[in-house]
Ligand binder design. Structure first.
Ligand code: GDP
Ligand code: MG
Length: 161
């Protein structure tokens, strides 16, 4: 980290998207962040469950520079709908959005319906980062958010300098 940079704070808007009950709110509940020893504030928006009843509104996406696109590794249909969520994100967002594909509930080993390789392949096909998480035992949750924030941070720094 540059000396001249050490006093700055950055605020990013990040959105959580994906089908109902994939674990978005639980991931957020376990989120804390520190990038290179520096406190980076990410303003993370959660859907408040509106994806269950109607489309997520464009206000939700407006200004977002990052998105965690979440599915549940134990429910294949939530994985099959990722393409639809990406379309929605592209339709409504007004900036370049860094995206991380998140396969949540990796703790449910016996109920797994989507393999790690399938997740990784889908992420590669769409130019997304990929991580599997468990919000239940907090595994990989921090890396998921940090990967996203680190990438946004490096893009912003390139723009500023
Ligand atoms: P959202 O609708 O995407 O916000 O999902 P929630 O965060 O409300 O989680 C939906 C359900 O899945 C809740 O019953 C959670 O306790 C459960 N859940 C969330 N994350 C995990 C996880 O990593 N593992 C397991 N086993 N259950 C989880
Ligand atoms: Mg929720």
């Amino acid at each position: 980290m540059d000396e001249e940079d050490s006093g700055q704070d950055y605020i990013f808007k990040i959105v959580l998207i994906g089908d109902s009950a994939v674990g978005k709110s639980n991931l957020l509940a376990r989120f804390t962040i520190n990038v290179n020893g520096k406190e980076v504030k990410a303003q993370v928006w959660d859907t408040a469950g509106q994806e269950r009843f109607r489309a997520v509104t464009s206000a939700y996406y407006r200004g977002a520079v990052g998105a965690l696109v979440v599915y549940d590794v134990s429910r294949r249909h939530t994985f099959d709908r990722i393409g639809r969520w990406l379309e929605e994100l592209q339709t409504h967002s007004d900036m370049h959005v860094v995206t991380v594909l998140v396969g949540n509930k990796s703790d449910l080993r016996d109920a797994r319906e989507v393999s790690t390789d399938e997740g990784r392949a889908l992420a590669e096909a769409h130019g997304m980062f990929f991580v599997e998480t468990s919000a239940l035992d907090s595994s990989n949750v921090k890396p998921a958010f940090e990967t996203l924030v680190r990438e946004i941070y490096s893009i912003l720094r390139r723009k500023v300098s």
